[in-house]
Design a protein around this ligand. Structure first.
Ligand SMILES: *[C@@H]1O[C@H](CO)[C@@H](O)[C@H](O)[C@H]1NC(C)=O
Ligand SMILES: *[C@@H]1O[C@H](CO)[C@@H](O)[C@H](O)[C@H]1NC(C)=O
Length: 251
C-alpha cells in the first residue's frame, strides 16, 4: 500500500508544472557564502558510491524520508538523546537507511571550508541529486537555502511513520533506469501492490509513456525531486545551521 502511495505521489509530483517549487529556496544559494559547497559534496558522494553503489539509492531514500516526515529539515539525521528515539535509530528504519557516514563526511569537509554556513538539509539534498546523476545520469539543479530543524522527530508522532522497507528496493529500480516501468507493463513486477498503478487509467498512461520515453522519465524524476525537496522547508531565520554531527545545537 505504502509503495503504491509513494508511486502515486511520485507520479503526481511528476505531473506538476515546472513553476518554481519554493519562493525562498534558490539555485546557488551558497554562490557567495560557500561557493565550493556543492562541489565538495559531489566529490564525497561520488567517491562513496564508486566504493559502494548501494549508497546512492540509500542517500536518495534518506532525502525522501526526511522530506516526508517533517519537511526537508535534516531531522532524519538527528541522533537520539536520552529519552527520545528519533528516526535515525528507529529499529525499522535503521537497517535500511544508509549513507549517514557519507553525509557526515561531506558535512565535515564543507564545515572545514565554510564553518556554520551550509545546512545538513541542503547537503542531503545535494547528495541525493549527485546520487541520481551518478547512478541514472539524471541531472537537475538543486534549490538550496534550507535550514535544519531544531528538533529530532520521534516515533510517537504519527507523521513519523516508517517507510516501507520495499521503498528502498523500489528506489534502486527507480534510479537505475526506466526499465522498471517496462516491468510494470509486462507484469513482471516485484511488488504486487504496484499493479495498482495499472488499475487507474491516468497512471497506466503515465507508466506506458515512461516506459517508451526514458528521457521524459528522467526529466520527470528530476522535477519530482525538486518538488519534494521543497516540502515544508525552514528558511531565513527559522531553524539553524547544525554544526555537530547528529545533534541539534540547542537541546
Ligand atoms: C548562482 O550561480 C548560478 C550560476 O551562475 C546561477 O544560475 C544562480 O542563479 C546563482 N544563484 C544565486 C542565488 O545567486
Ligand atoms: C517526542 O515525544 C515526547 C514524549 O512522548 C513529546 O513530549 C515530544 O513533544 C515529542 N517530540 C516531537 C518532536 O515530536
Amino acid at each position: 500500500m505504502l509503495t503504491s502511495f509513494l508511486y502515486m505521489f511520485f507520479l503526481s509530483m511528476a505531473c506538476m508544472s515546472t513553476a518554481a517549487a519554493s519562493l525562498s529556496l534558490k539555485i546557488g544559494f551558497y554562490n557567495q557564502s560557500c561557493p565550493s559547497a556543492e562541489e565538495i559534496v559531489k566529490n564525497v558522494v561520488d567517491k562513496a558510491i564508486i566504493r559502494n553503489p548501494g549508497l546512492g539509492a540509500g542517500l536518495i531514500r534518506m532525502h525522501f524520508h526526511d522530506c516526508f516526515v517533517r519537511g526537508c529539515d535534516a531531522s532524519v539525521l538527528v541522533d537520539s538523546t536520552p529519552g527520545s528515539r528519533t528516526e535515525k535509530e528507529h529499529l525499522i528504519n535503521n537497517p535500511s537507511l544508509r549513507g549517514y557516514e557519507v553525509i557526515d563526511e561531506a558535512k565535515a569537509e564543507v564545515e572545514a571550508q565554510c564553518p556554520q554556513t551550509v545546512s545538513r538539509a541542503d547537503i542531503l539534498a545535494f547528495a541525493a541529486r549527485d546520487s541520481a546523476c551518478l547512478l541514472g545520469g539524471i541531472k537537475y539543479a538543486v534549490q538550496s537555502g534550507r535550514r535544519d530543524g531544531l528538533y529530532p522527530s520521534n516515533i510517537s508522532n504519527p507523521r513519523d511513520l516508517p517507510m516501507d522497507p520495499k521503498f528502498s528496493r523500489m528506489l534502486i529500480l527507480l534510479v537505475l533506469d526506466n526499465s522498471y516501468y517496462q516491468n510494470v507493463v509486462n507484469r513482471r513486477v516485484l511488488f504486487t501492490s504496484d499493479q495498482m498503478l495499472m488499475a487507474s487509467p491516468e497512471t497506466a498512461t503515465m507508466v506506458k509513456i515512461f516506459r517508451r520515453e526514458g528521457e521524459l522519465w528522467a526529466k520527470n524524476f528530476a522535477k519530482a525531486m525538486v518538488h519534494m525537496g521543497s516540502i515544508k522547508v525552514l528558511t531565513g531565520f527559522h531553524g539553524e545551521i547544525r554544526k555537530s554531527f547528529g545533534a541539534v545545537n540547542r537541546n
